[in-house]
Design a protein around this ligand. Structure first.
Ligand SMILES: Nc1ncnc2c1ncn2[C@@H]1O[C@H](COP(=O)(O)OP(=O)(O)OP(=O)(O)O)[C@@H](O)[C@H]1O
Ligand SMILES: [Mg+2]
Length: 719
């Protein structure tokens, strides 16, 4: 607390001393000129240098160091009178209040301008707190922007065309107010028909030029954006489908789809739309300022003094508005989530009679959205009010000085009309520049998110190259340790070793959640084990070519997923060439041919979204046919019998027995179905607890025996 007080006292002392020293030097320079020691411009620059040195010295002596913000304020404050006077002298051969007899008005004006400028800088490009972080962020934004631009390569011609038309449109648009003023001048003075007609003609030509160019510019740029967005979406989708399964389990689907749909669109806007608007506004602003300087430089400087205030208000508003808009989007997403969940699970809602509860839940979410929207709209209302007040204040000033200048003959009425038209556009332009700057950072941020996925290397490598002509299908798990990426602290397999002999049937049994399906997933290389290895024909699984491996190892999983399309498409899924005979053969083995034949369109019957138009057992049998049609060397059946009746199960078992060279891994709960397996492996707590044939395990009276007992006592017949 005491430290704080000392610091405030020191700052106040520094401020008072600095003002005293500065004012003394400022007025002293006036005395020098009356004694005509130097020419008056040289005197101003010498005085500026002296004041800059003196202010720096005072600040350093009292405060001990100089922040970048103070350096900017001191430099601008000391140099402004000299710059102002030199500029006015060189450009307009006029003397200002900062001239021969520099007075208090000049000092106050320069102090105000330097403080406003420094404040504006601090808000737009802050460097006091986390300068390093800000710098790094800007650098990152630049790199991202260049990458976005690079992806636009195929559309460079469209962009270039857009840029040319943009410049043309802006140039034409800029001259319209100028000719409006001229027409008024011609009408208010002596009417000269030739001048009037030529002014009208130019006005018409510029209006036409501006409209045509603006249309062409918009069309070309929209074309470029659309092509670009499509390209990036395809690229991103390709990169996403290469990611390992763990990535999809640890990343929310909503986030992935939002990057795919929203961020790619935002990213496309960065270059074609934001840069377009920024460039257009920038060129227009520069042109307008030069035309306004031409009309009245004094009035122009007066109008420009509004810029820092407008920029500041816009900046504060954008920050709050964007934050609240994001909050509205999040809260709307939550409300939609509730609606989706309820509508898709309507039968559960009905049977548990929770309609009212769900309606209340939805209402609560909507109320949250409504509250945030109200806050956002209040911020907008305050912003509009502040904008109006500053705008109106400036207009009053402008009209007051405009009248003075017309009376003193420094400008005509037409000039003032042109000036007012430019001025109202200028305010909008400055606000647009500030807004687009923020929006551009946003879209570059979206690009960053898209590039993060595009650059992501899958953590389960697919770089293997082995494609042997002969494969026996001998699989061995050696001392595997494995935990899922979503739960890295929960070890599922621990020092797990297992051998699947070629051409033999191995059955994997054990209580629920002990890691049976995990073994199948690891064999499919969905995940990478933390230690240990899996060998196929004595070669590491990861050294095999990705496509080859998935043709040789097939899994029929617990809840098979079909894709919309025909039954034929689903069975031949992922195979480039597959005849109808092969498809039918696989369907016969999977006991699916009979039911498919009875369907009206047979193999061309649509299965619906996720196979929704088929029963569980039918889906299961098509999934088995899909695995069998590849004639895999290693076939894994994970609980396929759960939705099959006894007859289907028998037929499938017979069909599988007719492929003697195939290595078969059957994961089952119905223990009866695996009695004939060459080897039965009992898995418990991530380890192999027992292995042997059915008879050996029954004689041992260990885990397998207990598991069967358990089924009997629980009333689950092992069949
Ligand atoms: N994708 C996953 N992410 C995180 N943990 C998982 C994942 N899949 C399974 N697990 C966990 O790993 C353990 C083993 O699961 P697994 O599916 O291999 O069991 P299972 O033996 O096949 O069981 P069931 O007989 O019920 O099918 C379980 O505790 C489960 O909660
Ligand atoms: Mg399982």
């Amino acid at each position: 607390m005491a430290g704080n007080t000392t610091s405030v006292t020191r700052r106040t002392a520094a401020l008072i001393l600095a003002v005293c020293v500065d004012l003394s030097l400022f007025y002293a320079s006036g005395c020098v000129v009356t004694h005509s020691v130097f020419g008056h411009i040289a005197r101003l620059w010498v005085s500026a240098a002296l004041r800059c040195l003196a202010l720096t010295a005072v600040t350093l002596l009292i405060l001990g160091d100089l922040s970048p913000l103070l350096v900017r304020v001191i430099t601008a404050h000391s140099l402004l009178p000299a710059v102002f006077e030199t500029g006015a002298n060189a450009l307009y051969h006029e003397e200002t209040q900062c001239g021969l007899l520099a007075d208090m008005r000049c000092w106050l004006m320069c102090t105000g301008a330097s403080l406003a400028g420094a404040l504006f800088w601090e808000v737009i490009i802050p460097d006091t707190d986390d300068a390093a972080a800000g710098k790094e962020k800007k650098q990152k934004a630049r790199v991202l922007f260049m990458r976005v631009l690079h992806l636009y390569k195929p559309d460079y011609l469209l962009l270039l065309g857009g840029l040319v038309f943009l410049t043309l449109a802006v140039l034409c648009q800029m001259f319209i107010p100028f000719y409006t003023g001229r027409v008024i001048d011609i009408l208010s003075s002596q009417y000269k028909p030739n001048e009037f007609i030529s002014a009208l003609l130019f006005m018409g030509l510029y209006s036409l030029g501006s409209s045509v160019s603006a249309g062409c510019r918009g069309g070309l740029l929209l074309c470029a954006i659309s092509g670009y967005t499509c390209r990036v979406k395809v690229k991103l989708f390709g990169a996403l489908t290469k990611q390992e399964i763990g990535f999809f389990e640890t990343t929310k689907t909503g986030e992935i789809t939002s990057r795919l749909s929203k961020d790619t669109t935002l990213m496309g806007r960065t270059v074609a739309l934001n840069v377009n608007v920024l460039l257009r506004t920038f060129i227009k602003t520069l042109g307008m300022i030069s035309l306004m300087l031409n009309l009245s430089w004094k009035l122009t400087f007066l109008v420009l003094m509004e810029t820092p205030i407008t920029g500041l208000i816009q900046n504060i508003y954008d920050t709050h508005y964007q934050r609240l808009t994001l909050a509205v989007q999040d809260s709307m997403a939550l409300a939609n989530e509730v609606a989706n969940e309820v509508l898709s699970g309507m039968h559960v809602v009905r049977s548990f009679n929770t309609e009212k509860h769900e309606a209340r839940r939805y209402d609560d979410r909507l109320m949250d959205t409504h509250n945030i929207k109200t806050r956002r709209d209040t911020v907008r209302a305050v912003y509009l009010l502040a904008r109006r007040i500053t705008g109106l204040g400036m207009q009053v000033f402008m009209l007051y000085y405009g009248r003075l200048f017309i009376r003193s003959g420094q400008m005509t009425t037409g000039n003032l009309v042109s000036f007012i038209l430019y001025q109202s556009d200028l305010g909008d332009n400055i606000r647009t520049i500030a807004y687009i700057f923020g929006d551009m950072l946003n879209s570059v941020g979206a690009a960053g998110k898209v590039f993060e996925y595009l650059d992501r290397k899958p953590q389960v490598s697919t770089d293997g190259t082995l494609k042997p002509d002969q494969l026996t299908g001998h699989v061995s798990f050696r001392h595997l340790n494995f935990a899922y990426p979503a739960c890295p602290n929960k070890t599922v397999l621990q020092d797990f070793s297992l051998e699947l002999k070629s051409g033999q049937m191995t059955a994997l049994v054990g209580p629920s959640g002990k890691g049976k399906s995990t073994c199948a997933s690891l064999l499919e290389r969905f995940y990478e084990q933390q230690s240990g290895e899996i060998l196929l024909d004595n070669k590491p699984l990861k050294s095999y070519d990705h496509r080859f491996l998935h043709k040789k190892i097939s899994v029929v999983s617990q809840g098979p997923v079909l894709f919309s399309g025909s039954i034929r498409d689903n069975i031949a899924y992922g195979l480039d060439e597959c005849s109808l005979d092969e498809i039918q053969e696989a369907a016969r083995k999977a006991n699916a041919h009979e039911f498919i034949k009875q369907l009206e369109k047979g193999y061309d019957t649509e299965v619906g979204e996720r196979g929704g138009q088929l029963s569980e057992s039918e889906k299961q049998r098509i999934a088995i046919a899909r695995a069998l049609v590849r004639q895999p060397q290693v076939l894994i059946l994970d609980e396929i019998t759960s939705s099959l009746d006894a007859e289907s199960e028998n037929k499938i078992q017979q069909a599988l027995a007719s492929c003697p060279n195939q290595t078969l891994l059957v994961i089952a709960h119905k223990l009866k179905t695996i009695e004939r397996a060459d080897q039965i492996v009992v898995i418990g707590d991530g380890r192999v607890e027992e292995r042997g044939t059915h008879q050996e395990l029954m004689d041992r009276k260990g885990s397998y025996y207990k598991l069967r007992e358990h089924f009997f006592t629980e009333g689950n017949s092992p069949q």
